[in-house]
Design a protein around this ligand. Structure first.
Ligand SMILES: Nc1nc2c(ncn2[C@@H]2O[C@H](COP(=O)(O)OP(=O)(O)OP(=O)(O)O)[C@@H](O)[C@H]2O)c(=O)[nH]1
Length: 635
């Protein structure tokens, strides 16, 4: 168990830790000289059962709240220190607010300097404190009068802490490993050492991890867990890790960094959260308020975008997006504190819901519904709620990352749900059966409407059909949807076109005859077929009749209109697409290379590429064309 002190400056936190553990947690020369704690201090004391109790001693001075916060995010249990002579003071309250916002539920109050006051005064302060705790997570905590000077009350307090340590449930060691670095130093002959609280998972000597957000790979050479040499460290422990890695030195690591399992390295600058504003604020928190966000052991400036309504009133909470100036590592469930722009006042705090919000549509009703789903208890419940709220499916890898689920943990969540799963590259998309069924129906509705609109067009190509049916649905998911509909015979494919089974278009007899003559002409010069006027001349038919025929053939999918009055057979277009595919490097195609290969003039080569852009086969990026739907013609 890690116990964190809290309380106003000079109320005796450091003296109390020393009385409890024998360790003076003030390490810095300046701390000794000024008699105050500036930075975090650490002390450990063995328990009768062989475990070790860890203390994080925090500064009480209002100027060093950022240091207090770096320590407070990793503790399980609070030792709130109030001097009996002063009673509750401003940082008693501020620390208490912070601990409450961080969700701490377990603690005890030490009424220090009891030797300095009368019994009446002790009782009065005790009542003040009990009143102060009302409505917080620490409400009803025991209060122990103690004196670090005489030692009175210390054994009772210590016994209480020991009992709590044994009773408190250990944090589950689930998830991948995360440690929030609060200290980094170099030891001669040993190298770089980082210390901090393990937020989740397990670390073992020899593990390969990564510093984040710097993305420096490291290996764990040795571990101290709760101040003792160990082979492993687990969630809830304070650990010192001796790390090695090329590019790693003291300068490249700082308080606030994370040491992570490689998979968890995904720093972000936007995260969606629920934020509570302190009731003691006099004004509501406005949209886009500049703030300091404290999360893990780091703090970063940014702004609060209010997602529900325009402001958050004092004492209220709301869904917000934190928009940060620098990337941080954050995952679902992480607690954070926001302080004002000058970092002089705590405004509120909350819990991260989604570290990977979409780039657009952050305030839409469907997005708000998704965020509410993410507040639902256990991962399986949240997943269930998200599946129902997501018309375009849920990205399973992101979900597992956001919730820090190991593969086995994620698999058991997926297995517990009725879910249609579509593989998509490195991830997979999950759909609730109802949503999937609705998508299949929507596909049919789209085709029905399209056939009614243009009866002489055989069908719609897959990509256009996706944009018409569900533009936000991923291509793989749509492919699965159409494949499934094809397999059960709900839709049919003819060449490139998808259509309803009952819908057909055929050429009239005289059109068939003419097409039989036109086809060889087009095939004779597949990459540079004759234009409408030239075909009409050669076959001695009316130019507008020829144009009409080719337009009808285009609607049937037998030819494509590449440029005005310039039609290519489906076979030519497929061949050109294959060439484009072969020539592309990293999916990028150069116009000149393409032109040289197919041996046509510059103008026509450009027209072909523009046609590819138009139909979504490629997308122009400056002077090149990027393949974006490479199997449009070939697959
Ligand atoms: N008489 C008496 N003095 C105490 C007691 N505990 C602490 N003091 C004195 O109070 C002063 C402040 O004690 P610290 O332990 O440094 O206070 P702190 O809360 O750690 O201060 P910061 O960390 O700077 O916020 C010191 O001069 C201590 O000797 C106590 O129980 N009785």
């Amino acid at each position: 168990m890690i116990i964190g002190t809290a309380g106003h400056i000079d109320h005796g936190k450091t003296a109390l830790v020393k009385a409890l553990t024998g360790v003076d947690a003030d390490r810095l020369k300046e701390e000794k000289a000024r008699g105050i704690t500036i930075d975090l201090g650490y002390a450990y004391t063995p328990l009768p059962n062989g475990d070790v109790l860890g203390f994080v001693d925090v500064p009480g001075h209002e100027k060093f709240i950022h240091n207090m916060l770096a320590g407070a995010t990793g503790i399980d249990f609070v030792l709130l220190v109030v001097a009996a002579d002063d009673g509750p003071m401003p940082q008693t309250r501020e620390h208490l607010h912070i601990l409450d916002l961080l969700g701490l539920q377990h603690g005890v109050v030490a009424l220090t300097k009891a030797d300095r006051v009368s019994a009446d005064r002790l009782e009065a302060v005790r009542a003040d404190i009990a009143a102060l705790l009302l409505g917080t997570g620490l409400q009803g905590s025991d209060i122990y009068p103690v004196s670090a000077l005489t030692g009175s009350g210390i054994p009772a307090l210590r016994a209480h802490l020991e009992a709590e340590a044994q009773a408190l449930q250990q944090r589950p060691a689930s998830g991948h490993f995360r440690l929030a670095v609060d200290r980094c130093f170099t030891l001669s002959g040993i190298g770089t050492v980082v210390t901090g609280t393990v937020f989740s998972g397990v670390v073992t000597v020899g593990d390969k991890l990564v510093m984040s957000p710097s993305n420096i790979p490291v290996r764990v050479r040795s571990i101290h867990a709760q101040d003792r040499p160990a082979q492993t460290g687990v969630a809830g422990q304070r650990c010192a890790l001796n790390l090695v890695g090329p590019g790693l030195d003291k300068a490249s690591v700082a308080r606030g960094d994370w040491v992570l399992a490689e998979l968890l390295h995904a720093p972000v600058t936007r995260l969606d959260a629920r934020l509570r504003v302190l009731a003691s604020e006099d004004k509501p928190l406005r949209h886009w308020t500049p703030v300091h966000v404290h999360l893990g052991a780091t703090d970063v400036s940014g702004r609060v975008s209010v997602l529900e309504g325009e402001v958050v009133a004092p004492g209220m909470d709301a869904l917000v997006q934190l928009v940060l100036d620098k990337p941080v590592g954050a995952l679902h469930g992480d607690r954070f504190i926001v302080r004002d722009q000058s970092a002089s006042r705590t405004l509120g705090g909350g819990r991260v819901l989604d570290s990977f919000p979409p780039a657009r549509g952050r305030r839409t009703p469907s997005r708000i519904a998704l965020l509410r789903a993410l507040e639902t208890g256990a991962p399986a419940d949240a997943m269930q709620a998200m599946l129902q709220a997501s018309t375009n499916g849920v990205d399973l890898r992101r979900f597992a990352l956001n919730w820090n689920l190991r593969e086995d943990e994620a698999s058991s969540v997926w297995a517990s749900l009725a879910m249609r799963r579509v593989e998509e590259g490195e991830t997979a998309i999950g759909f609730s059966p109802t949503v999937w069924e609705a998508l299949r129906q929507r596909l049919l509705d789209t085709l029905t409407a399209e056939h009614a609109r243009v009866p002489d067009m055989l069908g719609v190509d897959r990509e256009r059909l996706r944009r018409m049916t569900a533009p936000m649905l991923s291509r793989s998911a749509f492919l699965a949807l159409t494949d499934e509909s094809l397999a059960i015979g709900n839709i049919k494919a003819s060449g490139l076109w998808l259509h309803l089974p009952g819908h057909s278009v055929a050429l009239l007899a005289h059109e068939e005859k003419l097409w039989a003559k036109v086809h060889p002409l087009l095939d004779a010069a597949p990459y540079q077929p004759p234009r409408v006027r030239d075909i009409a001349k050669v076959l001695d038919v009316d130019e507008s009749a020829m144009r009409l025929l080719l337009q009808r053939l285009a609607r049937l999918g037998d030819v494509f209109q590449v440029a005005h009055d310039h039609f290519f057979t489906r076979g030519s277009v497929t061949a050109l697409a294959t060439i484009a595919h072969q020539l592309a490097q990293d999916d990028l195609l150069e116009a000149a290379v393409f032109r040289d290969r197919i041996g046509v003039g510059r103008k026509l080569a450009i027209q072909i590429l523009e046609f590819f852009d138009r139909v979504g086969f490629t997308r122009r990026t400056r002077d090149r064309h990027k393949l974006r739907h490479a199997d449009l013609f070939t697959g």
